[in-house]
Design a protein. Structure first.
Length: 150
């Protein structure tokens, strides 16, 4: 699984101009699933993201996690994170999992993150054309891949 994590003041995802997920202070997670990902990848990644100390303490140092600040999470499925641009100028999406593999792992990630945070995570709509609006705070943006564990 590959995730782009953005620390946000707020974020919202809409489908057909209707808001389907929205958060205040927290993390926007764009999540891509590879064909060989498993629920262990979802577990590792959800734990890693919830524990990342990327929120500032009273001294301005990044010492607090999403759990520590009781922040919110918005998770948006994004198969394009697995795009390959090795050949030509049109990205190939062969490295992204098919929906029948990706959707259960996306749901597992959300369930695990909700449990770790002790509250529901907001989500987009799997497979839909979505518009994502965010206010990146910092800005702080990280990329994490469960296959390379960094």
């Amino acid at each position: 699984m590959r995730a782009v994590i953005q620390r946000v003041s707020s974020a919202r995802v809409t489908v057909d101009r209707a808001t389907v997920g929205e958060i205040g202070r927290g993390l926007l997670v764009l999540l891509g699933v590879a064909p060989d990902d498993t629920e262990n990848d979802a577990l590792w990644l959800a734990d890693k993201i919830c524990s990342l100390r990327i929120f500032e303490d009273h001294a301005g140092k990044m010492n607090h996690s999403l759990v520590d600040i009781v922040g919110e999470m918005l998770v948006v499925s994004q198969f394009t994170l697995l795009a390959s641009t090795r050949k030509g100028t049109r990205p190939s999406f062969n490295d992204a999992a098919k929906p029948e593999i990706a959707q259960p792992l996306y749901l597992a990630f959300n369930r695990i993150a909700s449990g770790r945070l002790d509250r529901p995570v907001a989500t987009g709509r799997f497979g839909a054309l979505m518009d994502v609006t965010l206010e990146n705070h910092g800005p702080v943006t990280l990329v994490i891949d469960s296959q390379v564990r960094k």
